[in-house]
Design a protein around this ligand. Structure first.
Ligand code: PHE
Ligand code: FE
Length: 277
């Protein structure tokens, strides 16, 4: 946890564009960096085969992410773009909120270029190319989820202007990053923060400790989260339409209501309205 951010000379020598994007310079990844990707990929695939949502596994396959090495955006982007109109842009590190939302609103997903080192396979402070591409990109090949992500970017710009980002950020956390879905084959993972984590992919589905609560938009918007440990609560959707439909409504009145109530739930709280799984 006291690790300093990973040093990536290809990132550091570049001056980012106004939208914070940089070039991937794929040919400059080292053999060892590609090997770390392969190691992470093989490890995740084994545990995700019967844990990840079918849409995630399908996205991996359609985008041919099983090819060896860190994906080359010159190959991946045309494929993703043909499927849902999304593309990935490389950024040096986390970008400011408005920049992030503007990318999403334009169907661009910002991804870190660097990859974690071998001594950090399980925990990172900042998202790397494995989390961002392996974790997030397969779901962007799904048309409904792709639309949800774009709408989220537009909603983010609005929430920034309204001063309600805290509420909206919780929605991203508990869906895009840590979402579970009730699939025909039972509980499965679609959240990028889980699928890119060896330990949490097992814990999220099998451990007895965390709460698994049916998706509720306002409940999520009132729930705190912790970024440096496994989640104490997961929210479960029935399908992506539910997520998309629930977020199509105008959030203005919801934000007003949440402001008036100023009720916040802790990460492990269970309340009487919760529908537990
Ligand atoms: N409907 C939301 C609003 O009015 C925008 C949004 C869409 C937010 C999808 C998140 C996800 O602000
Ligand atoms: Fe992420």
């Amino acid at each position: 946890m006291t690790d300093s951010p990973i040093h990536d000379a290809v990132v550091e020598r570049q001056t980012p564009r106004a939208d914070f994007s940089i070039d991937q310079c794929w040919s400059e990844y080292t053999a060892d960096e590609h090997a770390v990707w392969d190691l992470l990929y093989a490890r995740q695939l084994e545990i995700l085969a019967d844990r990840a949502a079918p849409e995630f596994l399908n996205g991996l396959k359609k985008l041919e992410l099983s090819r060896s090495g860190i994906p080359d955006l010159n190959r991946l982007n045309p494929a993703l773009k043909a499927m849902t109109g999304w593309e990935i842009v490389m950024v040096p590190h986390l970008v400011p909120d408005d920049v992030f939302f503007t990318h999403l609103a334009n169907r661009r997903f910002p991804a870190g270029r660097f990859i974690r080192r071998r001594n950090q396979l399980d925990y990172l402070q900042e998202p790397d190319v494995f989390h961002d591409i392996f974790g997030h990109v397969p779901m962007l090949a799904n048309p409904i989820f792709a639309d949800y992500m774009q709408a989220y970017g537009q909603g983010g710009l609005r929430a920034l202007a309204l001063g309600t980002l805290k509420n909206l950020a919780r929605l991203y956390w508990y869906t895009v990053e840590f979402g579970l879905i009730n699939s025909a084959d039972g509980l499965r993972i679609y959240g990028a923060g889980i699928v890119s984590s060896f330990g949490e992919s097992q814990y999220a589905l099998e451990d007895k400790t965390p709460n698994r609560i049916k998706f509720s938009l306002e409940r999520i918007m009132q729930t705190e989260y912790e970024i440096d440990e496994y989640q104490k609560t997961y929210f479960v959707i029935n399908d992506y339409e539910q997520l998309f439909d629930a977020t199509q409504q105008d959030f203005g009145p919801i934000y007003d209501r949440l402001k008036a109530q100023s009720q916040t739930f802790g990460t492990a709280d269970v309340i009487k309205q919760d529908d537990l799984i």
